[in-house]
Ligand binder design. Structure first.
Ligand code: ADP
Length: 308
């Protein structure tokens, strides 16, 4: 088996400004200094998988602009191949983030070049996932592209890992290939087409079991500082998170997904992969940013050894 991971997904420049409060309609507020940091779920997951030690390729689109270069540089620094990172005529996707003292950040995403990752473009990159041990998908790119990659990868025997974020209801045709489907507690409900009124809304083993019944081959529900839940045909296993002081949880979920993919591509089982991913994300929540907060495999293994 090859030990390669291919991530097909979004890349965004995160434009972050600290403000005292959210502006109201018609109001102009003065904010702090602008930070431009590399983000987007797909790029974050690829950087995490690369740093976690997997030979990683990223399939995505950025614009022909400075933000695109920031993303390309961050992927390259993490050892990720950018041969399938396309520069299109659209601006690089951006997330405009107001950081407020209440911690309830307000975010507006402009997808930009991520919309250019069409099925036709993805078809040209099929060798990247057909040759990989695992392919990782999230949902900030056109759903038609996601569906195509999942079906093609499954047909060619590549393990399919789907992070259903931002969440949408998914049918059996997609779920039956997910091994695992990775969702947080809110996404679990939305993938099932359920709402917060659902009787199982806070019964995570029940939600995970329903996702299995809906077709997923295996399910991981992430629960922030509470850890994660693994569900397979053999049952449910709760995995507590590492106890650390979190300063910024941005991108923790993406660190988790990339690290799971890296470990599974090396032949680890789901429990081993989740343990490794929890260490990677526990390290990331102690540092600022998403990609900028990720550490490498050696640091993750050292953390695991210290916290055994
Ligand atoms: P998402 O951002 O997608 O909602 P989560 O917040 O569930 O993802 O985080 C993913 C994983 O990151 C968790 O399963 C956990 O292992 C780790 N994690 C997140 N927040 C913390 C925290 N405060 N302390 C320790 N680990 C954390």
């Amino acid at each position: 088996m090859t030990q390669r991971v291919t991530v097909v997904g979004s890349a965004n420049a995160d434009l972050v400004v600290a403000v005292d409060r959210r502006p109201s309609g018609g109001e102009t507020l003065m904010g702090g200094e602008l930070s431009i940091i590399p983000g987007g779920k797909g790029a974050n997951q690829a950087v995490a998988a690369g740093l976690a030690g997997a030979v990683t390729s990223f399939v995505g689109c950025v614009g022909n602009d400075g933000n695109g270069e920031i993303l390309r540089a961050s992927l390259t620094r993490a050892g990720v191949s950018t041969r399938s990172l396309h520069a299109t005529q659209s601006p690089t996707g951006t997330a405009i983030i107001f950081l407020t003292p209440d911690g309830e950040n307000s975010i507006v995403v402009s997808p930009g070049a991520n919309h250019d990752l069409t099925r036709a473009l993805a078809e040209r990159e099929c060798a990247t996932w057909r040759e990989a041990a695992a392919v990782v998908l999230s949902l900030e790119i056109p759903l038609e592209t996601v569906r195509f990659v999942i079906a093609d990868a499954a047909e060619h025997g590549t393990r399919v890992i789907v992070n259903a974020a931002p969440a949408t209801s998914l049918g059996r045709d997609v779920l039956e290939h997910c091994d695992p489907l990775i969702v947080n507690e809110h996404e679990a409900l939305e993938v099932l087409g359920a709402t917060g009124d659902d009787p199982d809304a806070s019964d995570y083993p029940a939600l995970a079991t329903r996702l299995l019944a809906a077709g997923a081959r295996s399910v991981i529900v992430t629960l922030g500082a509470e850890g994660a839940l693994i569900a397979t045909g053999a049952g449910c296993e709760a995995m507590p998170a590492f106890s650390v002081r979190a300063t910024d949880t941005t991108g923790a979920g993406d660190a988790f997904v990339g690290a799971v993919a890296a470990e599974l591509s090396r032949g680890a089982d789901l429990s081993e992969a989740v343990r490794f991913a929890q260490a990677m994300s526990a390290l990331s929540v102690q540092r600022l940013g998403a990609q900028t907060s990720y550490e490498n495999e050696q640091a993750v293994r050292a953390f695991l050894a210290e916290n055994a």
